[in-house]
Design a protein around this ligand. Structure first.
Ligand code: FES
Ligand code: FES
Length: 208
């Protein structure tokens, strides 16, 4: 028996098998969703293969084919080279990856990129489009609010999101508002000073 014909399956030679394998591996890996009917409603199921994903990051449309399991943080850093958001814990504990999505602070490591579609995303890069420091970043510099700086982009984005909602926050509100971000270098006094500077002194309500 020749080398091409030693496959046991009826009706398929080794040569045919190799051709089929080659065709399979060169077939497009990007698939649309499977549509299931669940209790009379259409449910779109994506993956596990790659699907087209388009994000709006700092006013730019960024597209890639990604597996649905890819997080926003991985998409930003690994696919789109937006490296302001940092990876530290990668599990929603430290805040180093904080970005603004739909004007709210979110942990990019805890959001799927596919779910972030259609929502404007802002990272620290988006705060300084022309290379000028944003007032929040400038306040961090003024107050010496960083040492190694690894937590700083996350803190800056968390501060921006917080002050957009609480422009005249009290010290207590600042403390609680930034409670989801951690600094291993312990620059909390500087960070609180920066936020207080931006919020008009962080005075206690009632004029204290
Ligand atoms: S890296 Fe996302 S919360 Fe720590
Ligand atoms: S400045 Fe180093 S972790 Fe915050």
């Amino acid at each position: 028996m020749s080398d091409q014909e030693d496959v046991k399956a009826p009706g398929i030679s080794r040569r045919k098998f190799l051709k089929i394998s080659a065709l399979t591996t060169s077939a497009p890996l990007v698939l649309g969703p499977t549509v299931l009917q669940v209790e009379g409603q259409e449910v779109h199921v994506y993956g596990p293969g790659k699907v087209p994903v388009t994000l709006n990051v700092n006013g730019r449309r960024l597209s890639a084919n990604l597996e649905p399991r890819v997080t926003l943080l991985d998409a930003l850093r690994e696919k789109f080279e937006v490296t302001g958001p940092k990876r530290v814990c990668d599990r929603g504990l430290c805040g180093a990856c904080t970005v603004m999505m739909d004007n709210k602070a979110v942990y990019a490591c805890s959001v799927l990129a596919i779910d972030a579609q259609g929502k404007p995303i802002v990272t620290t890069e988006g705060l300084a489009p022309e290379g000028k420091l944003h007032p929040v970043s400038a306040a961090f510099v003024d107050n010496d609010a960083q040492q190694c700086g690894f937590c700083t982009p996350g803190f800056v984005m968390a501060t921006k999101a917080f002050l957009d909602r609480h422009p005249h926050a009290t010290q207590e509100e600042i403390h609680r508002g930034l409670g989801g971000n951690f600094c291993r270098c312990g620059t909390y006094a500087g960070i609180r000073g920066a936020v207080a500077q931006l919020s008009g002194g962080g005075q206690q309500k009632g004029g204290a």
